[in-house]
Design a protein around this ligand. Structure first.
Ligand code: FE2
Length: 497
């Protein structure tokens, strides 16, 4: 069973799977160079087909992940074009008006027209779309356009196109990619929102049969991170990792005061997620955090998030008696949460597959619909690495070489021993080798390498090369066989936990 699967929302991506094995997966931003591109992942699809050596009419199924995608977000190009100021304007001119009970169709059309970046997205035919109505109604109309686009581009008949649920795909990716088999395991998914849910819990038995044991839309950590990020003047859905990176600078005392503010209003208590009935998102966050220092806010939110998710995971572990956990969804990108979960004493195994945000949804869909029975995940073949993207020779290497040469870089083929020697001399190396890693982490094949024991290198990397904020950390790398001697409380992960 050969299956192509697509995610067209934030950080659009595609994957191709055959009989439970993932052949390729890549995000569209890697081709179009627009960070977090949203829309039809045309180039990713072409790459997946090429990698699998097939054409559209060879496919047994094409899976579209997520039923409800709001075309308004696509039209205003929020994920690729919005500044922090644009996001704040959206709060006042769109969300606040809706919260005040404004006519939804009127608010949506007025806001859409007011956006400079409003445009007709490529590949989709929106000619039959005559104005915005409700988010639900527009999402249904967009779904028909998405299906038609697949039919037109791939020559696939409608009966081969399948819709997959958002959190079902997060969970299938988590289990399928993990190395846990023939044991009972709990799978947790948590994000902002997808097909009406923000968190699910699955129990997978020794035979690989999954049962969803909990679901909720009350978990709102994703939204809170989004609005705290905006509150700090950063860009939501993009800069949350900067808030996480800032958290260690917040100190324990100031952070504790902010944490209490978050504890008062939401979190996992006893056996459920709680949230205020009338939570006003950005405005309420802004009001509650007024007067607190930026680094204390980051620290407080991080601690609150770690505790809430640990309480949630621990509750279900106690309830089921299962001590092995796999975690995915957008919240699994928070590596400090994962480290906190990994320190829970009752836990015997925690796995967090790479790229757990929405870009891995097509991999989950590929697993679900390329195996004989989507109700038995035992036939999903674990990912042994994250190198699922184009090989160096499939991309325009010459053009890249010329650009890099013009920018003053020295391009050479080096033996690993020479690379080690240069690193020891304090040189900074960019490594481009083999297939590109899937997900947001550089895992060696497209990575910047430098020795970690010289302060000037961190500064040089941040200032001159990555153009990053001073507080952002770098990840240490090591050989897998040496990790047990170097890392305490090590949990399995092929990427970064
Ligand atoms: Fe998601």
């Amino acid at each position: 069973m050969l299956v192509l699967s697509l995610h067209e929302g934030h950080n659009a991506s595609a994957a191709i799977a055959q009989d439970g094995r993932i052949l390729a997966a890549v995000s569209e931003e890697r081709f179009c160079r627009a960070k977090n591109f949203m829309g039809f992942p045309h180039q990713s699809i072409m790459y997946c087909l090429e990698e699998a050596g097939c054409e559209g009419n060879d496919l047994d199924r094409v899976v579209l992940v997520t039923r409800l995608l709001d075309p308004l977000v696509l039209h205003i190009r929020r994920s690729t074009h919005f500044t922090a100021a644009d996001h704040i304007r959206q709060q006042y001119e769109y969300y606040a008006r809706l919260h005040r009970g404004g006519d939804e169709a009127k608010v949506r059309n007025q806001y859409a027209r007011s956006c400079n970046s409003f445009s007709s997205p490529s590949h989709y035919d929106f000619s039959s779309f005559d104005g915005f109505t409700t988010q639900k109604g527009d999402s249904e109309k967009y779904l028909e356009i998405r299906k038609k686009t697949v039919q037109d581009h791939l020559g696939v008949p409608e009966e081969k196109i399948i819709l997959a649920d958002h959190h079902h795909c997060h969970a299938a990716y988590a289990y399928g990619a993990s190395s846990i088999r023939e044991e009972k395991v709990l799978v947790f998914t948590a994000d902002c929102i997808g097909d009406g849910l923000s968190a699910t819990v699955w129990m997978v038995d020794e035979r690989g049969i999954p049962t969803k044991i909990a679901e909720t839309s009350e978990q709102m950590l994703g939204y809170v991170w989004r609005y705290v990020t905006l509150n700090l003047g950063l860009i939501p859905l993009q800069d949350e990792y900067k808030v996480m990176g800032l958290a260690p600078y917040g100190g324990s005392q100031g952070g504790e005061q902010v944490k209490k503010k978050f504890d008062e209003i939401f979190g996992f208590r006893e056996d459920r997620w709680i949230r205020p009935r009338t939570f006003g998102h950005y405005f309420e966050i802004a009001q509650r955090l007024e007067g607190f220092r930026f680094d204390h806010i980051a620290a407080g939110l991080q601690t609150h998030t770690e505790n809430s998710l640990a309480n949630w995971v621990s509750y279900w572990a106690r309830h089921t008696g299962i001590d092995k956990v796999i975690f995915s969804g957008g919240m699994a990108l928070n590596v400090k949460v994962n480290a906190h979960l990994g320190r829970q004493k009752w836990l015997t195994n925690l796995e967090v597959p790479p790229g757990g945000s929405d870009e891995s949804l097509p991999i989950g869909a590929g697993y679900l619909y390329s195996i004989p029975n989507s109700g038995n995940w035992a036939d999903c073949l674990p990912l042994t690495n994250a190198y699922l993207g184009p090989n160096c020779c499939q991309i325009q290497t010459e053009e890249i070489k010329q650009k890099a040469h013009k920018a003053g870089f020295l391009i050479r083929n080096f033996h690993p021993d020479q690379v080690a020697e240069l690193l020891a001399q304090g040189k900074i190396i960019g490594r481009c080798w083999g297939r590109m890693e899937f997900g947001p982490r550089a895992l060696g094949n497209r990575s910047i390498l430098a020795r970690a024991d010289q302060e000037y290198i961190r500064k040089k990397l941040n200032d001159k090369i990555k153009h990053r904020d001073w507080w952002m950390p770098f990840a240490p790398i090591m050989r897998a066989d040496q990790a047990p001697g170097l890392i305490q409380n090590r949990n399995h992960s092929m990427g970064l936990l």
